[in-house]
Design a protein. Structure first.
Length: 322
């Protein structure tokens, strides 16, 4: 139930990237399965506003956020501003018609969630997108400001994670049990790979992800997992101080720049990692240039092709190559 990432500052958190990639892959799988079976996956309007507690947070919020942004409204019965904000958010959830789901959390009954999100006062509104949590606003904000915030949230969900929302059917049975997509052919292997990654068994994770990609080269979850596992395996035994000193002492040493770029990325300095390798490509030729270029492409896989930092770095790479 712990929120994965409480910041939109642009710093990469590999755990959050992993969660986001898995969420996006599962959402794509669910949409593909619905299309294959002829199902719409539509929900009744009542499903757009839900009450959430600690026991159901994983299923109702984290898993649901793989398909649609989930807005969290932390409230209490005694809170007067909550009584103004809550109905407004419910009305907007209906109006946005599946572009986000509103999850209402009573802080008196869910103190642990309140503590985990670091909430000091209510009403407080957060969002979870593809497994990543982020703060939106606190207090009974004006409707225009709330709409602007929601529009930005939806845009982030679409552009960064491919979340296009859920279909709403006004005639759907609100009491009908949800139909879960059947397990895919690689779910067991992917779960084993993720477990190995969480246990710091990077070699095992690399092999497990490669096993999936042998049969399904385009599998998005396996591609992301493999890139992560290989990166973490490379930096596991590095001496960061020595690596950074080598890179600073000899900018022409491509191996040193590649190692430093790996550390940059793991440390959250995404633009620094990309810029370092683009500069290495610009400075070099032959095998050295290829090595820097290929490592840069591998790091793109860790962050994801839709990230604007990747787009910018691809443009910079094209300029120095051509």
């Amino acid at each position: 139930m712990q929120p994965r990432n409480m910041s939109m500052s642009g710093v990469v958190d590999l755990a959050a990237v992993k969660a986001a990639g898995e969420a996006k892959a599962k959402a794509e799988q669910a949409r593909a399965e619905a299309a294959r079976t002829g199902g719409t996956g539509a929900v009744p309007p009542a499903a757009l506003v839900i009450d959430v507690d600690e026991a159901g947070f994983e299923l109702d919020v984290l898993q649901r956020s793989a398909e649609v942004p989930v807005v969290l409204d932390f409230w209490a019965e005694w809170c007067e501003p909550c009584k103004q904000l809550g109905p407004l958010l419910e009305r907007l959830a209906a109006e946005y018609n599946g572009r986000f789901v509103l999850a209402k959390i009573d802080v008196d009954a869910n103190q642990m969630l309140m503590q985990q999100f670091g909430i000091q006062g209510i009403p407080a509104v957060f969002a979870v997108v593809a497994g990543q949590a982020l703060p939106l606003f606190q207090g009974a904000a004006p409707e225009a400001q709330i709409r602007e915030t929601l529009d930005q949230l939806i845009q982030v969900g679409e552009e960064r994670f491919g979340l296009t929302g859920i279909a709403v059917d006004p005639d759907a049975d609100p009491d009908a049990a949800p139909v879960e997509a059947p397990a895919g052919p690689y779910d067991a292997l992917l779960e084993a790979a993720a477990s190995a990654l969480d246990a710091n068994d990077f070699a095992g994770a690399v092999q497990a992800y490669k096993n999936v990609l042998v049969d399904d080269p385009g599998n998005p979850e396996a591609k992301l997992g493999l890139a992560q596992a290989e990166l973490l395996a490379r930096v596991q035994n590095m001496d960061p101080q020595a690596v950074r000193k080598d890179a600073a002492d000899d900018p022409a040493d491509v191996g040193a720049q590649i190692a430093a770029a790996d550390l940059d990325l793991v440390g959250g300095h995404v633009e620094d990692a990309f810029g370092r390798l683009v500069e290495a490509v610009r400075r070099t030729a032959g095998d050295d240039r290829d090595a820097a270029r290929l490592r840069l492409l591998e790091l793109f896989e860790v962050i994801g092709p839709d990230d604007p930092r990747v787009t910018a770095a691809r443009t910079s790479l094209a300029r120095v190559l051509f």
